[in-house]
Ligand binder design. Sequence first.
Ligand SMILES: [Zn+2]
Length: 187
Amino acid sequence: MNVAQLRMWNITLPIGNHRYHDEGYVDSLRDAARKVYQSYGDSESDPFIHKLSRGFYIGKGLDVHVMYLRSPSTPLDIQNRAHEEFHAADYCYGLDFLSSVTQEKGTPINFKEIEDEQVRANVGALFVLDQNGFSSRDLGKYRKYQEMAPAVEIWNKVKPPKKRFFFPFFWRRGQKNIEPIVYRRIK
Ligand SMILES: [Zn+2]
């Protein structure tokens, strides 16, 4: 029985006869992916990688590779890598295991119920973000934020976001001692 160390998920995933290869950060997804394909004698392969993609995974028979670009912030990095790790786990039939991990942490998600594989991977990434004290809000002006929307909707049902309270009373009390500035017209 082989295992995969999913570093963002912080778990050891049993993957049967599969083999997991974490290629780490790469300068170019396209060049790195080409290299992987070439290592399988697949020299013709020119992988299509969306120009906004910041991570990539390759499933080739029993082997699965993940790679990613460096991200400008920690939450983005976690989201990006957890997303690719999810794809790898998905490829190795690891969905039930990942679901049991979410169950153990009190936020159960049945990944097999989520039909779209990208949405699935994003819900998984939101779980990992939450484990690290972050939420989708911390992704900021993430270029692919719109893509996260269906996943955020699912995740918010698993763990409803805390309401943000606004206390105008305290704010007013704080302002009480401030003398209003009166501008007089100079005649
Ligand atoms: Zn993806």
